[in-house]
Design a protein around this ligand. Structure first.
Ligand code: SAH
Length: 234
């Protein structure tokens, strides 16, 4: 996709980018759509749809959230979303992109090399293991289209420093999900800061960035094994 088209779309949605960043986003779109023919990375196949539903959806959060010199974990990054567009746009932040599907992480690693991104590390592994081994390390955890909010709270928050934030990309039922996560947030010492609603150009329905802060240390019993996390969510 043409870098100029990307730059204009970002600008008309309140996001500035350099020619170099637009070029990298353009290359990212081409590489992902090409790989998508053999590996199922996204249901989005059309270039324009991809620009809105994958790139802008990953990036609009930057209108509300200043990320500066932060250490950021993307849990369940899949083909690299939202982690890769964010890493291109905020090069002063360091990113760890984590996914349990090896084939997807191998692809993301390849893209990182091709784009020359110096601020990204790719890890294949399960979130519940990784966050236990890297507890209280991160300023920010982002996660998109991975699990319901109570499960995400347990999978993501142990990796945060106290005072750090989780950004969960969510759809229409955000408020129902937030209600269902009341107990999980209480147990894990989390609180909702904001749920910012946004409408993507040419898309149906509202999306939300739910921002959740870690107010205290995660109790040592968490995260539990994945079978328990998913069968008996907090
Ligand atoms: N965030 C991407 C991918 C969403 S699909 C996007 O928005 O396009 C969900 C991804 O989460 C899958 O790639 C799956 O492998 C990964 N995943 C699910 N549970 C996980 C876990 N416990 N640990 C690590 N990755 C997980």
């Amino acid at each position: 996709m043409r870098a100029e088209t990307i730059k204009k779309a970002l600008l008309s949605n309140g996001l500035n980018c350099t020619d170099e960043q637009a070029g990298k986003l353009s290359f990212l779109i081409d590489l992902t759509l090409d790989k998508n023919k053999s590996l199922n990375l996204t249901a989005v196949r059309d270039e324009n749809d991809f620009l809105y539903k994958m790139i802008l959806d990953s990036l609009l959060v930057l209108r509300n959230l200043g990320l500066n010199n932060a250490y950021i974990l993307d849990v369940g990054t899949g083909g690299g979303f939202p982690g890769l567009p964010l890493a291109i746009m905020v090069p002063n932040c360091k990113f760890v992109l984590l996914d349990s599907t090896k084939k997807k992480i191998n692809h993301v690693r390849d893209v990182v090399l091709k784009l020359g991104l110096q601020n990204v590390i790719c890890v294949d592994g399960r979130a519940e293991d990784y966050v236990r081994e890297n507890s209280a390390m991160f300023d920010v955890v982002v996660t998109r289209a991975v699990a319901s909010l109570p499960i995400l709270c347990e999978l993501c928050s142990p990796a945060l420093k106290v005072g750090g934030i989780m950004v969960a990309y969510k759809g229409e039922d955000t408020y129902v999900e937030i209600n269902s996560a009341t107990n999980a947030m209480h147990v894990l010492k989390l609180s909702v800061v904001t749920a910012t609603q946004y409408l993507l150009p040419a898309a149906t329905g509202y999306h939300y960035y739910v921002i959740i802060r870690k107010d205290g240390k995660t109790p040592s019993a968490y995260p539990r094994k994945y079978s328990l996390i998913s069968k008996k969510p907090l």
